[in-house]
Design a protein around this ligand. Structure first.
Ligand SMILES: Cc1ncc(COP(=O)(O)O)c(C=O)c1O
Length: 374
């Protein structure tokens, strides 16, 4: 059997042709043609007014926090279980990340825990759509409105998901997407910031390009900012992938459905949430072993590794990592669900080239692992 990959893209002749076009023609009068097309159509697809392509989603969050004026002394609430990129930009602007517990059902922010985490210093909430799952956005939006907090959506992992008919990426003042080579839609490295507010958009455009005004005077900088400009070749790849989005999301769903179907005979396994009024585009399949299995994350990973099969750990609580020294003692008590779910959770391979035979092998491996642990 071919090697099983955790993540990886699906590139066709269409992408090759589109990137070749950018390579041959995207210079001189046309240096940003694909960037502009991609930003515009991607924003429209999400019902947003503005799209700003960035080198990655991390820089998109950094731009947005800076444009919103989040600064030293402010607190920003973020779920404890997510990739560090959701939280790192909070530190870039000198603010403090406040790690919040997650909802056992969807592994995203728990609105009640958010309420408990709010202090007079809280300025914003970053809600993360983990693995394609979405939090209880109605409750989080209502809470943010009631407490006068800015809501930001980190939809990096949720391209194609919907919540009550609204696309992931349409919540809060701004949202971000990642096109990292491991995502559903890839540009290798790349990201997008989506906004509705024109002033915020203007501010982010200045911040993205060394304090210059778009279309403004040559070599004329109004302030010292960042250089987070996108590259037309990246955008060409992203645009071509975007035109195939239904196919890409369809394949992700196929992978998820196969795992669920083939493991359906094993009780007490939890997969990505599929709420009634939502669609989960399942960037990656999460699997949390119920307590009856007596199986933890490191044992599961080691057990499958012995069979030559890959798994990835469910995100560690950020507060437990060396990157945040001294946080664990406080947050282990505050965020019991994050610590518990993460300790029993893994991610299954979700590369877009995964075959049914490989999914069978993974499911057989999991079945053997769980039999052995009983
Ligand atoms: C939830 C989440 N937020 C942010 C990011 C950051 O994306 P990037 O790697 O494009 O900076 C990622 C992906 O890596 C992610 O999974």
């Amino acid at each position: 059997m071919e090697k099983i990959y955790m993540a990886g893209p699906w590139i066709t002749e269409h992408e090759v042709k589109t990137v070749l076009d950018a390579m041959q023609n995207g210079w001189y009068e046309h240096p940003y043609d694909y960037v502009e097309k991609f930003q515009k159509e991607f924003a429209a697809y999400h019902g947003r007014k503005f799209g700003i392509m960035t080198p990655n989603a991390t820089s998109a969050i950094h731009l947005l926090l800076t444009a919103l004026g989040i600064k030293a002394g402010d607190e920003v609430i973020v779920p404890d279980c997510t990739w560090i990129a959701s939280a790192a930009p909070i530190s870039y602007v000198g603010a403090v990340p406040v790690f919040c517990d997650i909802d056992r059902a969807n592994w995203c922010l728990d609105p009640e825990a958010v309420e408990r985490a709010i202090t007079p210093k809280t300025k914003a909430i970053i809600a993360v759509d983990l693995f394609g799952n979405m939090p209880d956005m109605d409750a989080i939006k209502a809470l943010a409105d009631r407490r006068g907090l800015i809501l930001i959506e980190d939809s990096a992992e949720a391209l194609g998901s919907t919540y009550h008919g609204v696309r992931a990426g349409k919540f809060g003042v701004g949202s971000v997407f990642s096109f990292h080579r491991t995502k559903t839609l890839v540009t290798g490295e790349g990201g997008m910031l989506l906004l509705d507010d024109e002033k915020l958009f203007d501010r982010c455009m200045i911040l993205r390009d060394h304090g210059r005004k778009p279309g403004g005077a040559m070599y004329y900088n109004y302030e010292v900012t960042y250089k987070y400009m996108p590259f037309n070749l990246q955008a060409a790849l992203g645009y071509a992938q975007f035109q195939r989005l239904d196919e890409l999301v369809g394949r992700k769903r196929w992978i998820f459905d196969k795992y669920k179907e083939k493991l359906a005979d094993i009780p007490d396994l939890q997969f990505n949430a599929e709420p009634d009024k939502g669609f989960n585009s399942v960037w990656i399949t999460g699997l949390v072993f119920g307590k009856s299995h007596n199986m933890n994350k490191p044992d599961a990973i080691a057990g499958l590794d012995k069979m030559g099969l890959p798994l990835r750990p469910f995100f560690y609580p950020l507060s437990s990592l060396p990157a945040y020294p001294g946080f664990e003692e406080r947050y282990r008590k505050l965020n019991p669900v994050a610590y518990d779910v993460s300790s029993r959770g893994v991610n299954l391979p979700g590369a877009l080239n995964l075959t049914e035979d490989q999914i069978d092998a993974m499911c057989d491996g999991i079945r053997a692992l769980l039999k052995r642990s009983r």
